[in-house]
Ligand binder design. Sequence first.
Ligand code: SF4
Length: 252
Amino acid sequence: MAIDQLKARRLEQMGLGPVWVLRMPVGHALDASRSESAAPSVHVPAPRSEDYSSAHANGAIPAMDWDTLESTIRSCTSCGLCQGRTHAVPGIGDRQARWLFIGEGPGRHEDLQGEPFVGPAGKLLDNMMRALGLARGKHTYIANIVKCRPVGDDGRDRPPSADEAAACMPYLERQIALIKPDVIIALGKTAAASLLGVGEDTALSGLRGKPHSYAGIPLVVTYHPAYLLRKPADKAKSWQDLCLAQRLYDER
Ligand code: SF4
């Protein structure tokens, strides 16, 4: 069976068939006319960094092993997000993963369970991985930019502020250094902006569809699964992004 047919059958089995059909060759310039909508959120002023103790000040994170890193994250008070968390969510998966998926931060379900990408968005991410022949925990690791849930005054999830993302980034940097993945997939604008060092006002459409690099590791930007649940028509574009990531992986 041809590869395209095999992929189509796999996607059909996932219940994503027509939506995920690849309509143009991998690497083709992508339609940049639509950008990712921001998740419903309210703006919460970032706490002043001096209000919180900093585990980063001692410079210990770059030398931490996995267990020390995770226990440090679980007890971290380096930014204000520690105040509202039920559980910090360090990440989950294969510590020697070839594929690293990075979202923006835990939501309500993740905060309660201590695991990233649970609930409907997590199921869609699982399907995206399955489309690549991958599975959660098998050659894959899932992490977030921030490890504690950003929550607005109304109790709803919100994106992390730039200060919160910066406070937490040393943990992700250490995770990436320990994993040494072959390819990174940034899920959504917050993850992409933090990893690529571009402003939050950069449109996701300008970051998708082309290869990037983080610390010498190929990086591809695609939509956050929560966004795709709201805009399923964009799954086709996300499938193109995954195909680009697959190509970069194959070239390693
Ligand atoms: S979000 Fe990151 S930096 Fe902030 S308290 Fe949680 S683990 Fe620490």
